[in-house]
Design a protein around this ligand. Structure first.
Ligand code: KG4
Ligand code: ZN
Length: 363
């Protein structure tokens, strides 16, 4: 069976072609056309600009994907289903992908499967080259899923594929959004996550006095919610108020001083985010006595987060499995959309007029 997946929920135009054969997923194509350069100028994503880019990119990306798979559009037998992300995401962007998918479905006379982007981030764990299609006997469930992306930070109790309960989420900014905003405050560029992570690894501060201390918002509250907007504000105040300290400390002269300060700030903000995410996820895992902890979303590409989660799970919950997607499948892609569609073939419909974007779609 062959599934063509489409995702345009944010600023990446993604199309993937998945072949399901002998209980294995075989990706014959996975194209991501990133708009990062375009949005970097503005320090964030502008929905209508992103929509216009999707409109331009979609036919090009499809052509590339089909070329790679040696599928011809006129051979309608080539594709069995078309899957498209319908939410959550930026509404104009979602509609662009949906309308493109509808046109394609009509042309090929195929059914459409609508996909929830958050579920796709979770099921990205079954995408990689080595991964197997999970069966009922997989011993993975119940699981606690942490989805950390640019728009969402959610803890989800998963009792099986398609069986989800949202148990907590951010009350304001998402973890990825916090990385992005801090990077903007420090003038580092967009998207912030990978840049902050890189700055943090370059850090070597020997003098403890120069260490920056940021809050760990809501870490000890007995709920599964998060809040990251205060963390970003704390960074803003520190940057403003510590200009005099900047002049004295952090070694080096001029530019080098502020460079070192920025690295110290990046390391601390990254650690503050990691501490809160690990603490709350592990507490949920203990409370619900789960068999696995599953991560997904762009922030899950963070090396330090991946490593510290692994160490903490090993120490505190040694019998719990830890699933994390390959780094390249953490950020937005359509491979995860096609895999999710495989599990929801019953949702396939030819009534394409019923498929609509829902920017706030819940899992
Ligand atoms: O899942 P994603 O690609 O898009 C959304 O669904 O939002 O996530 C994008 C977010 C951005 O905020 C980006 O800064 C963050 O993921 N991100 C990272 C890393 N790579 C991407 N955050 C921390 N460390 C990374 N290595
Ligand atoms: Zn995403």
């Amino acid at each position: 069976m062959i599934i063509l997946g489409i995702d345009t929920s944010c600023d990446d135009t993604c199309i993937s072609v998945l072949e399901v054969k002998n209980k294995k997923f075989n990706f014959i194509s996975n194209i991501i056309s990133s708009q990062v350069k375009l949005h970097a100028k503005y320090g964030g994503v502008y929905p209508f600009l992103a929509k216009r880019e999707h409109q331009k990119n979609l036919p090009v990306v499809l052509k590339k994907a089909l070329k790679q798979t040696k599928l011809a559009l006129n051979k309608s037998q080539g594709v069995d289903y078309i899957a498209v992300t319908v939410g959550p995401g930026l509404e104009p962007c979602l509609w662009q992908g949906i309308n493109f998918a509808k046109d394609l479905a009509e042309k090929l006379k195929k059914s459409l499967i609508s996909i929830n982007h958050i579920e796709a981030h979770i099921l990205a764990n079954f995408v990689g080259e080595k991964s197997q299609i999970p069966s009922a006997k997989s011993q993975l469930f119940p699981a606690i899923c942490l989805v950390v992306s640019g728009g969402h930070t959610q803890l989800i109790l998963m009792r099986g594929i398609g069986k989800y309960k949202l148990i907590g989420e951010t009350r304001d900014d998402a973890a990825g959004e916090c990385f992005d905003k801090v990077a903007r405050i420090l003038g580092l560029g967009y998207p912030g996550g990978p840049i902050v992570a890189k700055m943090a690894t370059k850090l070597k501060i020997k003098n403890e006095k120069l260490k920056i201390n940021l809050p760990r918002p809501m870490i000890y509250q007995k709920n599964y919610d998060f809040s990251f907007s205060g963390l970003k504000t704390a960074v803003l105040y520190k940057v403003k108020s510590e200009k005099p300290r900047l002049r004295q400390g952090y070694g080096g002269q001029g530019k080098a001083k502020s460079e070192k300060y920025k690295r110290a700030m990046c390391a601390e903000v990254q650690q503050a985010i990691i501490d809160v995410l690990i603490h709350k996820t592990l507490r949920a895992a203990k409370d619900f006595r789960v068999k696995s902890i599953i991560l997904g979303g762009g922030v899950a590409a963070n090396d330090e987060l991946r490593k510290q989660f692994r160490e903490n799970i090993k120490r505190e919950l040694p019998n719990t499995r830890y699933l994390i997607p390959d780094t390249k499948y953490c950020t937005d892609n359509a491979a995860m959309v096609a895999v999710t569609a495989h599990f929801h073939q019953k949702k396939a419909t030819k009534k394409i007029e019923e498929i609509k974007a829902d920017a706030n779609l819940k899992i």
